[in-house]
Design a binder for this molecule. Sequence first.
Ligand SMILES: [Zn+2]
Length: 331
Amino acid sequence: MKPTSVVTLLIIFGGIAFGQTPATPVDSHIAAARTAAGLDYRATFVNLCLPSAPRGGGAGPTGRGVTAAPATPDRATWYAPPFKIFDNLYWLGTRQHSSWALQTSAGIIIIDTNFAWATGPEIIEGLNTLGLNPSDIKYVIISHAHGDHDQGAAELQKRYGAQVVMGAPDWDATLARPTTAPGGVPKRDVAVGPEGRKLTLGDATIEIVATPGHTTGTLSYVFPVKDRGRTVMVAYSGGTLTGAFGTDAARWDEYIASQRKVAKVAADAGASVILSNHSEYDGAYTKARLIAAPRQPGEDHPFVVGTDSVQRYFTVMAECATASKLRVGAQ
Ligand SMILES: [Zn+2]
């Protein structure tokens, strides 16, 4: 073989030099996730696909996966002012975690709360600051029963008579908590089973999609909002991390199937906005502040990323989970 032919062969084999191991299935899924992530979803990619990478998120409280937030952290590390995002959707988050208020013709739906210490300053004061009345809260939908998203539920239920909506298995986990748990324990209200459901309040309907995985009762959503009168569909990813799955293959498969399921509902609805409950994943804190910048004629809303981008978000989740499942040897 002439030397030039060897060179040609090396080129044909796309960089797999002699003596090197070809790409494994794990590598292939990670590569697919990385491509899908692009520049938009790097934190989701890193946290799900590269388990050895230290988690990002800055100096503030991240509070993943646990119910305890022992004390109120220094407000300077987490407080963020509330913002009106769409005509009828308001952001009430901290710098790290998001809560949302969907205003309807018959009251307010709160989507996710936060740690107990944020309920007053972010949700209740936030609504007042925005000219909304917390007494109008009719529903509190919890994407999953971890403290960084659900510790405000009991207080909103008690103070305003709001109905709390959760996945059935996450209700079981919540009701097993001691009454001294941070934020208290809500009384059982609306439980969503594996078939999901639609929740209608006034002129708004939220498609609730059961997406077991991050917790066994995790819920995701697809719902319309208005941007200057135009209807825009939102897909909301209710739970992200997979670190606790170990070698439980069924748990991995359930998570992967859930991402495909909600991706399809989102695609069918034409969802062009992706929301998560962590700003690390959806950039909510940064995008919320971008609302203040005047939009140029024809320029899209900062949260509108397009239907393809929404699908890529769920691809990152599914591909990373597939890679991780193979990596840990779950069968
Ligand atoms: Zn969680």
